[in-house]
Design a protein around this ligand. Structure first.
Ligand SMILES: Nc1ncnc2c1ncn2[C@@H]1O[C@H](COP(=O)(O)OP(=O)(O)OP(=O)(O)O)[C@@H](O)[C@H]1O
Length: 193
């Protein structure tokens, strides 16, 4: 199981997580859905180790790879270079594979300014996937990506066999996940519980 127990995160006077606990199977794709601002990103940041909670613990299958909500692309690096930058030398041959997975094959020489919003999102996703890890944390992976393409890419991500915890506001994405946890907040809580 991937689990967090009794997590508390406060920002100044705002309590975003208040003794929040969650356990999800280590298989397949789990989605977190809920209104903007309820605390989904904060939870992912705690799981990734980027946000230190005031209380609580997380139990993870191993190293995680996090796709930030923002693309965080480098204007001076090409599409292909974004992938080679995160691959060890012995795996440099994988660039095409990761770009094909997100349907960006053929765009290797372009720079971020030459990409559409959805293309930039897919590049950020490919870079995250190329990093590997025992758990993929994907914050709004398909923002700006059409539903059909998102569905195809999600199927390829599932085939990697790595457990995924993602957030999404897109019904077309949520309907293709193995389980959806409906959340509300802050403070973050599971709906109807
Ligand atoms: N560093 C911070 N300092 C102060 N408040 C913060 C900080 N990070 C998040 N918050 C607050 O915590 C709450 C939850 O934010 P979070 O980004 O986790 O929401 P979210 O569910 O991911 O929203 P969205 O769906 O819009 O991405 C919000 O009210 C936000 O203002």
């Amino acid at each position: 199981m991937i689990s967090v127990s009794d997590i508390t995160v406060c920002f100044a006077e705002k309590t975003v997580l208040d003794g929040f606990s969650l356990a999800v199977p280590e298989q397949g794709i789990t989605a977190l859905s809920g209104p903007s601002g309820c605390g989904k990103t904060t939870l992912l940041r705690v799981v990734a180790g980027l946000q230190k909670p005031q209380a609580g613990t997380a139990s993870l299958p191993g190293p995680v790879s996090l796709l930030f909500q923002e693309d965080r692309l480098l204007p001076w690096r090409t599409v292909g270079q974004h992938i080679t930058d995160v691959l060890p030398k012995a795996r440099r041959g994988e660039v095409g594979r990761w770009l094909e997975l997100v349907e960006l094959a053929g765009e290797q020489a372009r720079y971020p300014a030459q990409l559409s919003g959805g293309m930039g999102r897919r590049l950020a996703l490919a870079r995250c996937l190329a990093c590997g890890g025992a758990l993929l944390l994907l914050d709004e992976p398909f923002a700006g990506v059409d539903a059909q393409r998102a569905g195809r890419i999600l199927a390829r991500i599932r085939a990697l066999g790595t457990p995924v915890l993602l957030t999404s506001h897109q019904e077309a994405v949520l309907s293709r996940c193995d389980r959806v946890l409906a959340l509300e907040g802050p403070p973050l809580r599971q709906k109807n519980r």
